[in-house]
Design a binder for this molecule. Sequence first.
Ligand SMILES: [Cu+2]
Length: 533
Amino acid sequence: MDSEATRRTFLQGGTMAAAGLIAGAAPAGAQDAPAGGGHEGHGQAGGGPSERPAVGSARDRGKLVPGFRAAGLVPVPVEVPDGPPKLAWKMVNGAKEFHLFAEHLKREVLPDVWIDVWGYNGSMPGPMIEVVEGDKVRIIVHNKLPEPTIMHWHGIDVPNAMDGVEGLIQDPIKPGGTFTYEFTLEQNGTFFYHTHVAMQQGMGMVGLFIIHPKVAHFPPVDRDIALIIQEWAILPGSTIPNTMSMEFNLFTLNGRAAPYITPMVIKQGERVRIRLVNFSAIDHHPMHLHGITFWITGTEGGRIPDTAWIPSNNVLVAVAQARDVEFVAKNPGDWVFHCHMFHHMMNFMSTMVGPMGGHTVQGMRAGQSSTGGMGIATGGSALSSEAFGPSFGRSMGEQTSLDRAVGNMSGMPGMGSGSQGGMPGMPGMESASVGMRMEDARKVPGYPQGMADMAAEMSEEKLQKLTGKREARGLRRDWYTGVEGLMTVVRVLPPDLFDAITSGKGDVAPGASVPGAGASPIPAHGGHQGHPR
Ligand SMILES: [Cu+2]
């Protein structure tokens, strides 16, 4: 089948199906409408303008629909948002020779928030090794850490002596020492390298190892993007991950937490592959894409035959797994792509809005009773002065304080309508969300559900680091207030807007990339005007 024709038909069919949906849509607020209402008009046999491609067909949800690139070519290089350049190699004695240096470094996970990690060649995650099936590789690992380390090639079918398990296979690489790994690659897919020392993994010692086929898989993708998921316990007042913790308060993609993760800027109509690697200690991450159905096309075992692909918009990536997903970016807009675990959609998640008392300055209160230590409220609402946050157990209450208790989005207490910086319990203060007096709002069970967050205290300098990126041009002004934790943005842009944004030239109005929404309103709260577009 002619691929260009397929693509055209698919895009056209998609538009018409969307129009059909709008025509047949149920009215707003129709929660109690009879089942089946509002769904006629698409997907019916017999043709018609609103017909969707048949389930199981090549065009089904864009399954085998190429983007702009012709089939039969070499694969496109993999992009690693926020990652370092891929690892350079030299051809030496018939092998691509790489050098990896294991070392301590600092990583800026959020604007001006630096944590101490271990990685490779000055970066965490380490630089991507990107090679081609059939390559012979020689990777020399240098240990610049003060303790022994080792290297494992996750998912790659290496000879046993190259497998990198200390004791079982080889001696660990001593501090100051090196070890040479050498093997030939006889597979393709999304793999990764990592230390096999468990606690070192928790310090960040991982990197991508992408093996391309010699000819791109069909349908060819225009964009191939890789993301490593990690989780961290950065306890109050510390910059060093607590690798013993089994609770985590910071989640990163390629070593950055949202909203500092760089959005993916896609031209409408491109076929996109996103490769996900989960290098978390104990958590799976259900990665959910809004607005676009993708196909799950690969695992850490390589390519899945297309007969076994699964359509989804949520791919569960368990610990140590890789998942490749592919989609045709036909639906324009700014779409979040995020872990759907509630606690992973925040940074420095705290106990329930707990007035933790600014312990980042004063230190965590120790020696509490079990009631106080667990943060059990005995005196009224969650915002009462008696309700201290927990001092041990699940507490991670970084960034929380009495003065700025909550504010995960505009309209939460502590943010918006001039209430910023106010004390939530202050008599007469209004809740910005409903115009209710705070003492009345506090009577609503469960209120408030906001968590302290980074956005609430962003300085202009920090905002510049988020919004000053070329990839952020044309986003709504307050975009970062809804993009937190393990979350990034897939920006699907019509070609003219794509060109305007990626060129970096001229003005792009805030909100231009949200079709139909119009320009961003003037921000209601001060301090955010004038930040770059
Ligand atoms: Cu998660």
